[in-house]
Design a protein around this ligand. Structure first.
Ligand code: AMP
Length: 269
């Protein structure tokens, strides 16, 4: 679909339980498009854990009020049957290594589900610009690859927006509202340890620093780290030697009590 710049459509897909992080994407999209569409759909096919899907917060009335407060006039809230009509085979994509590493390893099938739903939403909305949060770093790569596989590179451009954080560094997430007050404090360790790594990394090998970081997180009995890995920012290949890299990224996943959180950022650039 060709549109002039004045008719440009920006699209912000979400699963709802909106917070300031989502609104930062809407606000950015509003400055760059004539029309901004947000979608809210808690996609069942990207949850490998039924309990996690059931517990995912659903706050549509509050979400609508927040979208109105930032002047987002178009909201698409499909039902499960709209996205996955009975009898229709939903198109699946193969993201190769990208879908088996990190989030793909710990949440099997997650990125297949993301590819299915975003593929469907893109067909419906056909945006010029697609706004995604760096918060879900691997997802940004998967969706960029999805657009390539769909042959939509000239139709839809991905805009990766910075992770919006609380003043204490905690990355905003819909899951944070399920944390206890103690969990909310404990969760700040993820970004704090990442920042500490920036200060001290030259004294360690990547493997040593990963072990230190995981041990540091696990000192809090509420935290159970899943991965804390230094990677190449594009291929996500693990880093074995700082000196061979101009830029190194950190990917983190950890359970805080019974809530699984992820974060990421650069170690050095
Ligand atoms: P979700 O509703 O969690 O699927 O998120 C919808 C979009 O908002 C995704 O592109 C996320 O990466 C993005 N997002 C979620 N949290 C943040 C945040 N703290 N800062 C920036 N973007 C975010």
């Amino acid at each position: 679909m060709q549109r002039s710049q004045g008719q440009s459509i920006g699209f912000v897909p979400t699963m709802g339980a909106l917070h300031a992080g989502h609104l930062s994407l809407i606000n950015r999209a509003k400055t760059e498009n004539a029309l901004v569409i947000c979608s809210i759909f808690v996609n069942p096919t990207q949850f490998n854990d039924a309990a996690d899907l059931a517990a995912y917060p659903r706050t549509l009335a509050e979400d609508i009020a927040l979208l109105e407060s930032v002047g987002c006039e178009y909201l698409y809230v499909p039902a499960v049957d709209d996205i996955y009509p009975a009898g229709e085979t939903v198109k699946s994509y193969d993201f190769g290594r990208l879908e088996t590493l990190f989030e793909g390893e710990f949440r099997p099938g997650h990125f297949k589900g993301v590819g299915q739903v975003v593929g469907k939403l893109l067909q419906t909305v056909a945006p010029n610009l697609l706004y995604l949060g760096q918060k879900d770093y691997q997802q940004c790569m998967v969706i960029t690859d999805l657009i390539r596989q769909m042959g939509w590179q000239d139709k839809t451009e991905v805009v990766v927006c910075p992770t919006d954080r609380e003043a204490n560094g905690l990355a905003r997430s819909s899951r944070n509202q399920r944390l206890s007050p103690e969990g909310l404090v404990a969760a700040t360790a993820l970004y704090r340890v990442l920042q500490k790594c920036r200060e001290i990394y030259t004294d360690f090998t990547p493997a040593e620093l990963e072990n230190w970081a995981k041990a540091e997180l696990a000192k809090d009995p509420l935290i159970r780290p899943e991965y804390f890995q230094f990677v190449h920012p594009q291929t996500l290949a693990p880093i074995t030697d700082w000196n061979k890299q101009p830029t190194v990224w950190v990917l983190i996943a950890a359970w805080v009590a019974d809530i699984r959180l992820i974060d990421n950022d650069y170690l050095f650039t």
